[in-house]
Write a protein that binds this ligand. Structure first.
Ligand SMILES: Cc1cc2nc3c(=O)[nH]c(=O)nc-3n(C[C@H](O)[C@H](O)[C@H](O)COP(=O)(O)OP(=O)(O)OC[C@H]3O[C@@H](n4cnc5c(N)ncnc54)[C@H](O)[C@@H]3O)c2cc1C
Length: 382
């Protein structure tokens, strides 16, 4: 009997757990460790912020995993010992024969002075709820959507947030009382996807009169003065600050020698095996360098596909077969624009010399496809 352990019950962890449970049958033990008791469907946070969802419906308890023979262990992973093959969670040392890291990226608003006190974190339930409350009552002013640093998960999110906020204010009949602006260190929207997609997103922002300030790296936020100061010297005033916080690799991965301090877990881009024996990593915790020198975006669509590959290969190893599954770099992305409409793009990110990304025009059907994914998520995976 082998012990297969998954760190993280997010997108990558849940997909791998479901596939592995089926492949391993009752012959092997499967454990999922998460410090959160519930899995949150993160894409819907944008709809919490714009008032079209309530947070209560967006999470499910991870103890549901136990129903299908997977053990769910609630707790924070403090350390991984790749020599003794143990995962340390508080006082527990959980042994593994095969380990999958799927802890995502750490959100670190504390890394930018004044950020936590001065604004609301779009990437947490509490932050998205607070944004919704402010948008319901604010009478006028300047809404700033700030990308604090790069990389960040879901490259479309700041643009979606700005357009959804714009549409919400229009629906309230108060749009003329507001300016809406996006500040980001990126040179153009979603730069990894190339200039055509960047131009298409800029066009969408312009259509909704959202001001766009690329190439702006935030240095500090002054909560009392309600300003963001950038490395360029620009000072941006705001009345409502909606932010995407700095992201970093979890410290246990660095301590275990699985990732550099200022980087991400290195993996084989086809199999998501790490250089450490019997350890794989998927999703936002990984850094996959593409042919053009940029990195594969951090997105659920990739975490899901990567998890399928790793689960198939661990399953093969346990049944004595040769692992053959590989990830092909394909992905897709929705860009919500408000008013029940969205853009959509598909891409082959492993194409040489650049990813091959095809944007589709904004349409109602893309919004409804995204809603369908949301509505079927828990039935499929938890
Ligand atoms: C607002 C928003 C909108 C998004 N929209 C989209 C979209 O439209 N399409 C798309 O593809 N992606 C989207 N994403 C991104 C997507 O949600 C992530 O890329 C995806 O969840 C990454 O999966 P993961 O398994 O790597 O990590 P996660 O899903 O983040 O899961 C990580 C899990 O690990 C746990 N964990 C972390 N550290 C520890 C530890 N030390 N000990 C124990 N447990 C730990 C966490 O609690 C968490 O449950 C969006 C994200 C946000 C925030």
């Amino acid at each position: 009997m082998a012990d297969v352990v998954i760190i993280g019950g997010g997108v990558g962890g849940l997909v791998a757990a479901k596939r592995l449970r089926r492949a391993l049958g009752t012959r092997h033990r499967l454990t999922v460790i998460d410090r959160a008791a519930e899995h949150l469907f993160q894409p819907s946070l944008l709809w919490v912020a714009d008032g079209s969802r309530r947070p209560a419906g967006l999470s499910r308890p991870l103890t549901r995993l136990n129903r299908r023979g997977t053990s769910f262990h609630l707790g924070n992973v403090d350390a991984v010992d790749p020599v003794a093959r143990r995962v340390h969670v508080g006082s527990a040392a959980i042994p593994y024969d095969f380990l999958l890291l799927a802890p995502g990226a750490e959100l670190r608003p504390d890394l930018l002075p004044g950020l936590e006190q001065g604004g609301h974190n779009l990437y947490t339930t509490a932050g998205a709820t607070a944004i919704d409350a402010e948008l319901a009552h604010l009478k006028g002013g300047r809404v700033v959507v700030l990308v604090a640093s790069m990389p960040f998960k879901c490259p479309a999110a700041p643009y979606e947030a700005a357009m959804l906020i714009e549409a919400r204010l229009r629906a309230r009949g108060v749009r003329s009382q507001f300016d809406v602006a996006v500040y980001t260190p990126e040179p153009l929207p979603m730069p990894v996807a190339g200039p055509a997609l960047g131009a298409a997103v800029r066009e969408m922002l312009a259509m909704q009169h959202v001001d766009y300030f690329p190439g702006q790296t935030a240095a500090s936020v002054d909560p009392a003065a309600r300003t963001v100061t950038f490395a360029s010297g620009t000072v941006a005033p705001y009345d409502l600050l909606v932010y995407i916080p700095p992201h970093s690799v979890p410290s246990f991965a660095v301590d275990a020698g699985l990732a550099p301090a200022n980087g991400w877990v290195t993996v084989d881009p086809a199999t998501f095996a790490t250089p450490t024996e019997r350890v794989w990593a998927v999703g936002d915790v990984t850094g996959v360098k593409l042919a053009n020198g940029k990195f594969l975006p951090k997105a659920g669509v990739f975490a899901r596909a990567e998890a399928e590959v790793v689960a198939a290969n661990i399953g093969s190893l346990l049944t004595g077969e040769t692992p053959t599954a590989t990830f092909d770099g394909r992905g897709a992305c929705f860009i919500e624009t408000g008013d029940g409409r969205a853009g959509y793009a598909t891409g082959e990110f492993y194409s040489v010399p650049d990813p091959n990304v095809r944007p589709r025009p904004v349409a109602r059907r893309w919004h409804w496809v995204k809603v369908l994914i949301e509505q079927s998520w828990f039935a499929l995976w938890l």
